[in-house]
Write a protein that binds this ligand. Structure first.
Ligand code: NAD
Length: 251
């Protein structure tokens, strides 16, 4: 539905249920906390424990349920989403932040197991989550935000080909979903962040001094973009890949 509000209430997620993957730490954690502050009830998915995220949300007076799942496992994702929705209930928002960087940064040493591992979590994992939530959004609409990467747009800075391919694939998935589901008022967008100060890139040789802002993004700065794309404020935005890279790449 068209949003005609322009104040802070346009960014409210009051009364909404949001599923956030990769919620143990980093961008997923910051997004879950930001959504809680915006009024959402959140369901957290990760392979790691999410105690810290749950604690942060509870200390804000919010509600969070944690589901320990590997997003590349289709039936585990379906079970978690069913649990989050309380059976056949609705889901309003999905943010997919779960991903791995992979151990291979060149192509010569890329083997099948590594390719399948990276595509399995990043690409298949995103698709399984999208597939699981769509039937729970179709009656009333919803917002899907997939975390892609600048690497998927420019071929990577230091990341390897499997990671880059997975992120380019995520950008394509949101465009497909945006077209296929627009009639159901389901919005699908991606965010393509540049380097973010999280464990994913720690010790991997990324430098901030060549960036226009001379610093990496903080996870909360990606969470803010996710909040815009998850909220009524973005009611005419779908099928986009939003650059959040501090001016490093202007596509
Ligand atoms: N850090 C960066 O510089 C950067 C840049 C661009 C895009 N991104 C993207 O941002 C998103 C968040 O990454 P981050 O920087 O917060 O990294 P992170 O490593 O801190 O967080 C990733 C989270 O995903 C979880 N995860 C990994 N495999 C999983 C699986 N199979 N099932 C469920 N959960 C799994 C991890 O446990 C972790 O909590 C990712 O999609 C990443 O590709 C990161």
């Amino acid at each position: 539905m068209a949003n005609t509000r322009t104040g802070p209430e346009a960014f409210s997620l009051e009364g909404r249920l949001a599923v956030v993957t990769g919620a143990s730490r980093g961008v997923g954690q910051a997004t879950a906390v930001a959504f809680c502050r915006a009024g959402a009830r959140v369901a957290l998915l990760d392979v790691l424990d999410m105690d810290e995220t749950v604690e942060q949300i509870k200390s804000l007076g919010g509600e969070a349920d944690a589901y320990r799942v590997d997003v590349s496992d289709r039936s585990a994702v379906q079970d978690a989403v069913r649990g989050a929705a309380g059976g056949a209930g609705r889901i309003d928002v999905l943010v997919t932040a779960a991903a791995i960087y992979g151990d291979t940064t060149g192509i010569d040493d890329l083997d099948e197991a590594e390719l399948e591992r990276v595509l399995g979590v990043n690409l298949k994992g995103t698709l399984w989550c999208v597939q699981a939530v769509l039937p729970r959004m179709r009656e009333h609409g919803g917002n899907i935000v997939c975390i892609g990467s600048l690497a998927g747009k420019i071929g990577g800075v230091l990341a390897g080909p499997a990671y880059v391919a997975s992120k380019g694939g995520i950008h394509a998935i949101v465009k497909w979903v945006a077209k296929a589901e627009a009639a159901n008022k389901i919005y699908a967008n991606a965010i393509a962040p540049g380097a973010i100060d999280t464990q994913m890139i720690a010790g991997k040789g990324y430098q901030s001094n060549n960036l226009p802002l001379k610093r990496f993004a903080q996870p909360e700065e990606i969470a803010s973009a996710a909040l815009f794309l998850a909220s009524p404020a973005s009611s005419y935005v779908t099928g986009t890949v939003m650059d959040v890279n501090g001016g490093f790449f202007m596509g």
